[in-house]
Design a protein around this ligand. Sequence first.
Ligand SMILES: [Zn+2]
Length: 134
Amino acid sequence: MGAKKSNRSEVSDKFTLFPDYIKVESKSGNEYTITLERCTCRGFGFHKTCRHYEQAESAGLIEKLKAKEQEELHFKHSKSTIEIRKDAIRQYLTKNNASFTEPIIDKIESILTSSTTPQEVLSMATLSVSHDIV
Ligand SMILES: [Zn+2]
């Protein structure tokens, strides 16, 4: 009567989210890797989708992977972020009557971290200028 599936194995596929892929430890003991485009299992090769991919998708993991990838891309390749930082440095130096050249701005931008203080920026510029002039 009532179709019970109680004897179906309790083991299920295990998913682990990494920054740019999802690791699948399948219940059959194999290990696969899911990226945004595909799963490395053989089934995916045939059907262009598979149990792992579908499960990862319905668990929201593919979405998370996508979000992480976009975050990453945004962070690494966002030229505008770099330009904004450079502008801020230029403005800051101008405001403080520090002389600077574009290579100095580039250099400061590349070593700037969130813990760099404005004073450090200023002294970096001052030091660079005096070195470059000599
Ligand atoms: Zn798969």
